[in-house]
Design a protein around this ligand. Structure first.
Ligand code: TYM
Length: 330
């Protein structure tokens, strides 16, 4: 079976973008592949969060994954920092990464512009830690949103270089992007991506928003004055984003959606999109509430996940250490 690996940061409740761009594929893939999914708490340290809040968000993110249908009986689910191999491998990957290539990462440029008061070294070497995450498990496919493309390219570059220098160790992973939903945009500024850290709550749908909130946010989504439901991301970014969301959830093509709303106003269209999202997210919200009641269950699943993840990752890490000439302890 092919190996799937992906991670998500515990920096707040997942957005509809995280869900449609990544987590929904994770759920679908667990039927056919060997899937490893984790909460990237080490990556979240690149942004300052109150420690108590980080702990809480990590627990919630773990519960959210299960609530979204990631089944610990089918997939390996764990918290990144619970498997010490990630930090160790991260350092080795740091030493295989070049300053120049890390400097070209657009996410680093964006995030350092956004947080000029905290441009820490971790923010800069973030892609090396991520490369380590992926390579530790010899992943074949990495299901992510389009914003992670550059990090995946970087991972392949580092892996290729390592294999070349020290001999074949790593499999080269490929990105896996959903047909619709790989880039969900903000509802208020459809030229920028929907992001957990957006300060305008109307711009993002949280996967725990209730039906009323979801309908209201879609109602106030930014569109245009043409009053025609037509897919054209350049000229009509707002409408096209709503169509993308609707297509991702219903499986309808853009042509089918255009036909469905031909001659109707944006009011009907936005209400239909909002309703489809609300229906999709309702069970997740209910599952989440139930899971958060059962802390013992969550802790037990985290413990089991950490143990298995460590066992698997340690095999690659040991091989890597041997190859680079770190003396193994006897
Ligand atoms: P993170 O936590 O920012 O996002 C988690 C996943 O959600 C996707 N995503 C989106 N997809 C579509 N539209 C959007 N608006 C949108 N916003 C976010 C992201 O592409 C991602 O797939 N670096 C990763 C976490 C990570 C990781 C890894 C992923 C750490 N190590 C190893 C894969 C493999 C991140 O920050 O994701």
């Amino acid at each position: 079976k092919k190996i799937i690996l992906s991670g998500i940061q515990p920096t707040g409740v997942f957005t509809l973008g995280n869900y449609l761009g990544a987590v929904r594929s994770w759920k679908q893939m667990q039927e056919d592949y060997n899937c490893y999914y984790f909460i990237a708490d080490l990556h979240s340290m690149t942004i300052h969060i109150d420690p108590q809040k980080r702990r809480q968000q990590t627990r919630e993110a773990f519960a959210l994954l299960l609530a979204c249908g990631i089944d610990p009986e089918k997939s390996l689910v764990f918290v990144q920092s619970h498997n010490k191999c990630h930090a160790e491998m991260g350092w080795i990957m740091d030493c295989c990464s070049q300053f120049g290539e890390l400097s070209r990462m657009t996410q680093f440029k964006d995030k350092s512009a956004k947080h000029p008061d905290n441009i820490n070294a971790g923010l800069f070497t973030y892609p090396a830690l991520m490369a380590g995450d992926i390579l530790l498990y010899q992943a074949d496919y990495v299901p992510v949103g389009a914003d992670q493309t550059q990090h995946l390219e970087f991972t392949r570059d580092v892996a290729t270089r390592f294999n070349h220098t020290y001999g074949e160790v790593f499999k080269l992973p490929e990105g896996y992007f959903p047909k619709a939903g790989a880039r969900v945009m903000s509802l208020q500024d459809p030229t920028s991506k929907m992001s957990k850290s957006d300060t305008n709550p109307k711009a993002t749908i949280s996967i725990l928003d209730d039906e009323k909130t979801i309908l209201k946010k879609f109602k106030s989504a930014v569109t245009d004055s043409e009053a025609c439901v037509r897919f054209d991301p350049e000229a009509k970014p707002g409408v096209s984003n709503l169509m993308t969301i609707y297509s991702a959830i219903t499986g309808k093509t853009m042509e089918e959606i255009e036909a469905e709303f031909a001659g109707k106003g944006y009011g009907d269209f936005k209400a239909a999109v909002g309703q489809s999202v609300a229906d999709e997210l309702r069970p997740i919200r209910e599952n989440f509430a139930r899971l958060m009641e059962d802390r013992a269950y969550l802790e037990e699943e985290m413990r089991k996940g950490a143990e298995r993840a460590t066992y698997i990752a340690n095999k690659t890490l040991t091989k890597v250490k041997k190859r680079v000439g770190l003396l193994l302890e006897k």
